[in-house]
Unconditional design. Structure first.
Lengths: 325, 103
């Protein structure tokens, strides 16, 4: 006897869709497909099978866009749009405001900074409330929420890498050129650390023409690559706080951001202090000269500590779940 | 109270016409009777949406004793669906009378 048609489609639907969509769309379709293949007399059996396989794909594509828009498990996606849009709006305002304060004569070039600015800072920050909201929404099954949280963190990182590594530096330099022209400088400005591409940061010497010292190059390298970890560490932290029940109120979100902000401030200072303790400066005029890895401490410590906090929260939540069960 | 004519896509209209003529039908039968007007890949999603709107009703085909497998689903026109179809037919007839050259 031939294999029944559509087991994968059925399995996918039962895993991801609500009961109504499975009962009223997917199961009747698969049942008709199996019936036609079992009773066909005209066209070859292979043709019937292929025709139905194409139909499963078409239903999947059509349903993902329209027909399956009702499943209970997908509905929370709409609620996730709010924190993301809020951050994009705030970030756009901040970028416009800061560029206007910095270079009032060149505000027409400010949109150059908008998109990379929004993506590199607002997107990782929006991951935190998004994951908190997602994980505390009971319409998602636990494994669905976990999968979605991982995907959100991974997607945010995948977008942040090219933006942070190449698009933002290029936009920064274009903005500086516009600003220099507007302010009447004859020469276009040389590139600073923020205007170097991610690949250039890993060179032994700063690329010419630039005004970056080897130490700045090293610090920027650590800073830029550590920021790429931010979406993941914030997603893990958001999930941990939600498991502890600390993601149900607006103030929970505000408190989580405060935790992140203070972590970055405290741990950066602590990282620099620790580096200084490990390798005391040789010269009072340049405390960095004897501690070439100070940038590494300052850049990576807050992320590592945030991840550590998140892992700790997950352990506490797991212990609490075991105790209550 | 303001009443508007319920929205009806071309595919939904075709399904209602076939169910009005044929009584209770399977999704596959609708595809076969439409002569290419309905496709296997779209008819079930459309039927699901029409069921939510209340245009059609459905029931599972009873399986013979001892049979295993997925039961097929039979669709029929609901009373509301029949009224919607009648309303659309009336509206089209009225439009055809007003502009006979476009009918």
């Amino acid at each position: 006897m031939a294999d029944p048609l559509g087991p994968t489609f059925l399995r996918w639907a039962r895993r991801w869709l609500d009961e109504a969509s499975v009962a009223h769309i997917v199961e009747p379709m698969v049942a008709d497909a199996r019936h036609e293949r079992a009773t066909h007399t005209g066209s070859p059996r292979l043709l019937v099978t292929l025709r139905w396989r194409a139909a499963f794909l078409a239903t999947f594509a059509l349903g993902a866009g329209r027909g399956f828009a009702r499943p209970a498990s997908w509905a929370p996606l709409r609620s996730l749009a709010f924190p993301i849009l809020l951050f994009v709006g705030i970030e756009a305002l901040l970028e416009l405001l800061t560029s206007w304060i910095g270079y009032p004569a060149s505000t027409r070039a400010a949109p150059l900074l908008l998109v990379p600015g929004i993506v590199t800072s607002a997107l990782p920050l929006a991951v935190l409330p998004t994951v908190m909201r997602l994980m505390s929404d009971h319409r998602w099954r636990p494994w669905q929420a976990r999968t979605a949280a991982v995907l959100i963190g991974a997607c945010a990182m995948a977008i942040t890498v090219p933006m942070n590594g190449w698009v933002a530096p290029a936009a920064n330099q274009q903005f500086r050129i516009h600003a220099a022209q507007a302010l009447g400088y004859p020469q276009p400005p040389a590139r600073g650390a923020h205007e170097l591409m991610l690949s250039e940061l890993f060179a032994e010497r700063p690329p010419a023409p630039s005004i970056v010292s080897p130490r700045q190059l090293q610090e920027e390298r650590h800073l830029r690559s550590s920021v790429l970890l931010a979406p993941v560490s914030l997603a893990v932290l958001g999930a941990a706080l939600a498991r502890l029940g600390l993601a149900r109120r607006v103030w929970h979100t505000v408190a989580a951001w405060a935790l992140v902000a203070q972590s970055w401030t405290v741990w950066i200072s602590l990282g620099v202090w620790m580096a200084a303790m490990i390798a005391p400066p040789l010269s009072a005029s340049d405390p960095y000269c004897a501690i070439p890895d100070v940038g590494r401490f300052a850049a990576w410590t807050p992320h590592v500590m945030l991840l550590g906090t998140a892992v700790l929260c997950h352990r506490v939540a797991s212990a609490r779940e075991v105790a209550t069960s | 109270m303001k009443h508007t004519l319920p929205r009806l896509s071309a595919k939904e209209r075709l399904i209602l016409e076939h169910l009005a003529d044929g009584g209770e039908l399977f999704g596959l039968q609708l595809v076969e009777r439409s002569d290419g007007g309905l496709k296997r890949g779209t008819v079930y999603v459309t039927l699901g949406r029409m069921q939510e709107k209340g245009y059609v009703e459905s029931r599972q085909e009873p399986l013979p004793p001892g049979a295993i497998g997925l039961p097929r689903r039979l669709y029929r026109l609901s009373a509301y669906g029949r009224r919607v179809l009648d309303a659309w037919r009336l509206a089209e007839a009225a439009l055809a009378r007003a502009h006979p050259q476009e009918a």
